[in-house]
Structures are given as C-alpha cells and as structure tokens.
Design a protein around this ligand. Structure first.
Ligand SMILES: NC(=O)c1ccc[n+]([C@@H]2O[C@H](COP(=O)([O-])OP(=O)(O)OC[C@H]3O[C@@H](n4cnc5c(N)ncnc54)[C@H](OP(=O)(O)O)[C@@H]3O)[C@@H](O)[C@H]2O)c1
Length: 275
C-alpha cells in the first residue's frame, strides 16, 4: 500500500480522491486550509471505511509561510510519499492580494503548488507519482509579460484562473523532464462543485440548467486517479484519454525559460536544490 498527499482534500474532488484512495487501503494525508471542514470529511469517510488511515494537516496555499511550514513538518515527522495530488484551486471573483503581495488565484493555483512540489521532492519516492490539476480553460489562455507573476491590469476572474492553469500545465511539462518521478496533469472537464460558482447574478440559472449536466466530483477526479498510478510522464489525462501536449506547447512557449523564471522566483521564497 502507498502513501498519498491530496491538497484541497476537503473540497469536492479532493474528498472524492481521498475516499477512493483511502478506501483502497492507501494511507492518505489530507492537506486542508480549514481543519474543521477536513475533519468532517475524514469522519464521513471513516464511517464507510473504519480501517482507513487518513491524516490531516493544515495547508493554506495563499501563504508561502504555510507551504514551508507544512513541508517542514512532514519532513520532521519522517513522512515518505508515493503520490502528490496538487488538487486545490480557487477562482476569486475580485482582485485581491495575499499576505505575500501576490494575486490570490495566481498564488493558490500556480506558485504555491510549484513551491510545495519542489519542497516535497526530497520525501517523494523516486518512483512516486505527481498529478497537477489543470483545466480545459488553460488552452484558451496566454501568459503575460509579467510572468511568473500575473498582471494586475489584465485581471478578470476567468482570465487569471485560466492563466494560472496554463502556467501549471507548462511547469508540469518541464518538471516531468527533470525529475525521476512520474509527473503528469489531469483535466476533470466541467464538474458540479463549488468552484464553478462565479458569484454573478446568473448563478441561480446556471445552478438550475447547467449543473445537472456537469460531471459529478467522483467522475471528474477519475483522470487524476489514473494519473496517480500511471507509467506515463508529462501527459495530460482527460476523460479516458491521455494526451501529449508537449509538441504543441513547446512550440508556443520556451519551456526552459518558463522553468528558469519560476525557479528564480521560488528561490526567493525558499532555498531549492537545482534540478
Ligand atoms: N469543477 C470544475 O469544473 C473544474 C474544472 C477544471 C479544473 N478544476 C480544478 O479542480 C480542482 C478541485 O476543485 P473542485 O472543483 O473540487 O472545487 P472545490 O470543491 O471548490 O475544491 C477546491 C479546493 O481547494 C481548496 N482551496 C482553495 N483555496 C485554498 C487555499 N488558499 N489553500 C488551500 N486550499 C485551498 C478548497 O478548500 P476548502 O475545502 O476549504 O474550500 C477546496 O478544498 C481545482 O484545482 C479546480 O481548479 C475544477
């Protein structure tokens, strides 16, 4: 049996992943920004799987200090991981900055998962699996000149969300070529979860007509679960297919330059081994 870490583990797809993995007998670390919410999810899963080994730890991706503390604590506790599922995400309605001075969606969806992954590499087995949750919106986005930060003047709710997922996609492609672990990404399609609420007047209409035709969280998370046991590298899991986006995106973007810029930024937050 393996040990997995799931971020956003108290959310819709995160909790579906925890349930599936823990139900199969794997040890699962739930990384949650709200421990009370996470504990409720944990108790619900334990009702169905009383033998499940599920642990919880605080992780707020809107804070680099929280990411560093989280990774340090796991290391100090001697935890070894076979899988990391970077699932947490947000889509903020308005422009807000975190305590680190970065636009919130950008930090939660992109910079913090990259930092977390880099800090956890030493405790991830060489044959471990990493899956980063992206989104179909990534294919309609463009990075701005300000990369690896996002541009305040270009902020729109959907725009920065899509950019953060594109950035994560590109980073995943390059990371997969630099580490021994199986690094992939997954796209759940459109799933009936809290994150698709846009905080607009038409939400009730969408709830009525749109949500019923969306995937369930259990279905949406399937590509991610496949990626966490796959022997592919740098691939994009969506539905039942596995796509290779390296040719398309390496033509459109200089992936090494993107990597260098992200690494330079992350190195200002925490010391990192060169990859
Ligand atoms: N639903 C879709 O159609 C869709 C499509 C494409 C991609 N995705 C991606 O799928 C992933 C899971 O989302 P979901 O659809 O399951 O929605 P969700 O239920 O809202 O889950 C999002 C999770 O991220 C967590 N989170 C948000 N901000 C955080 C922070 N600052 N620190 C730590 N955790 C934070 C949330 O914590 P709380 O539990 O405390 O709220 C929640 O657990 C996200 O990355 C999302 O972008 C979703």
């Amino acid at each position: 049996m393996k040990t997995f870490l799931v971020t956003g583990a108290s959310g819709a797809m995160g909790s579906a992943a925890v349930r599936k993995l823990a139900g199969e007998g794997h040890t699962v670390w739930m990384a949650c920004r709200n421990l009370q919410k996470g504990e409720t999810v944990r108790r619900q899963i334990l009702q169905d799987y009383p033998e499940a080994d599920i642990r919880i730890k605080l992780l707020d991706l809107s804070s680099f200090d929280s990411v560093k503390t989280f990774a340090n604590e796991l290391k100090e506790e001697g935890v070894k991981l076979d899988g990391l599922f970077n699932n947490a995400g947000t889509m903020n309605r308005h422009f807000t900055k975190t305590r680190d001075g970065i636009e919130t969606t950008w930090q939660v969806n992109f910079l913090s998962p990259c930092l977390l992954t880099r800090l956890l590499l030493p405790i991830l087995a060489p044959d471990a699996h990493i899956d980063n949750m992206v989104s179909l919106s990534a294919h309609y986005a463009r990075l701005t000149e300000n990369f690896p930060l996002s541009d305040e003047k270009d902020f729109t709710q959907l725009g920065v969300y899509a950019q953060s997922k594109l950035a994560l996609l590109l980073y995943t492609l390059e990371l997969s070529r630099r580490v021994p672990q199986y690094v992939n990404m997954s796209d759940p399609w459109i799933v009936n979860t809290p994150i698709i609420r846009l905080d607009r007047w038409f939400d009730p209409i969408a709830d009525l007509f749109f949500r019923p035709v969306c995937y369930t969280p259990e279905k949406g998370v399937r590509p991610a679960l496949r990626a966490l046991f796959s022997d592919e590298r740098g691939k994009y899991f969506v539905g039942k297919s596995i796509r290779d986006y390296y040719p398309k995106y390496s033509k459109r973007y200089d992936l090494q330059d993107i990597w260098t810029r992200v690494e330079a930024f992350l190195a200002t937050i925490a010391p990192l081994d060169c990859l």
